[in-house]
Ligand binder design. Structure first.
Ligand SMILES: O=C1O[C@H](COP(=O)(O)O)[C@@H](O)[C@H](O)[C@H]1O
Length: 257
């Protein structure tokens, strides 16, 4: 797994725009090299602001949206169209505004599918396994970019500190009793996240600064899930100044004005 690099931007607005530009560049590069690309989306404040920033820039046309597989790192177990679903936020901010291939938009199903949360997690795991190729060496495709928001408690996806999902070796799990509403969720596990070529953790605000510091330390993944958010080739912590304010000075970082 890769050692994280930290990039700090002035504020949450600049951060979202910078991450948007970075995503566009990465997807264009991967599509040029391989033909198609894959991305794992996140919910949360910066995650959705980033998607809106992609939609707002003309550079979005450089991406071939039909040659992109779109996955989610987690989903709130709510019916399709519910405002609190990460999918709904992503569709409103970006996916309804670009020419995606609906067959390549891989949503985590909610209760309106007739499935329980466990069945939905199993179904997503099966969808991932179908998409995996021999060179992935496992039941999860090697995502080109996994975008993860992070909570003040250092949760990523729907992996909350101390919860059983952090001991699970399957690729996707149902989460019950999440401390942040809604209590029932579906989440990739850390082993699934760690199959990604690149993992980018995005966070803004002073309330995230303690979690950022811990996530960059050797803290255990069970107490600090974000410390397990690592990509095989590259890990980036993309932060605003407030979120970066408790990072020890000896940890190298790149700042932008
Ligand atoms: O509930 C969730 O929260 C996190 C972080 O959200 P934020 O609003 O504090 O940025 C998000 O990454 C996750 O996908 C989501 O389900």
């Amino acid at each position: 797994m890769s050692v994280p690099n930290v990039v700090v931007h002035r504020d949450a607005d600049v951060l979202a725009k910078a991450v948007a530009a970075r995503i566009i560049t990465r997807l264009v590069d991967v599509q040029s090299a391989k033909g198609s690309a894959s991305i794992v989306l996140t919910g949360g404040t910066v995650g959705i602001a980033t998607l809106a920033a992609i939609a707002a820039t003309p550079a979005r046309d450089a991406v071939d949206w039909r040659r992109l597989d779109i996955w989610w790192g987690d989903e709130r177990f709510l019916p399709s169209g519910d405002k609190e679903r990460n999918e709904t936020g992503a569709r409103e901010a970006l996916l309804d505004r670009v020419d995606v291939d609906p067959e390549r938009v891989h949503v985590m199903r909610g209760p309106d599918s007739g499935m329980t949360a466990e069945e939905s997690a199993e179904s997503y795991a099966a969808e991932l396994a179908r998409a995996a190729r021999p060179e992935d060496h496992g039941p999860v495709p090697s995502f080109d970019v996994t975008l993860l928001g992070m909570g003040p408690d250092a949760h990523v996806a729907s992996l909350f500190p101390g919860m059983p999902a952090l001991y699970d070796t399957r690729s996707v799990v149902a989460v019950h009793g999440a401390p942040k509403p809604p209590p029932t969720r579906i989440s990739l596990t850390l082993p699934a996240i760690q199959t990604s070529r690149e993992v980018w953790v995005v966070a803004a605000g002073e309330e995230k600064s303690g979690a950022v510091r811990l996530a960059l330390s050797d803290s255990g993944h069970v107490q600090v899930p974000a410390s397990g958010a690592r990509g095989r080739a590259r890990t980036l912590f993309l932060l605003d100044r407030a979120a970066a304010s408790k990072i020890p000075p000896e940890l190298g970082r790149i700042s932008s004005p």
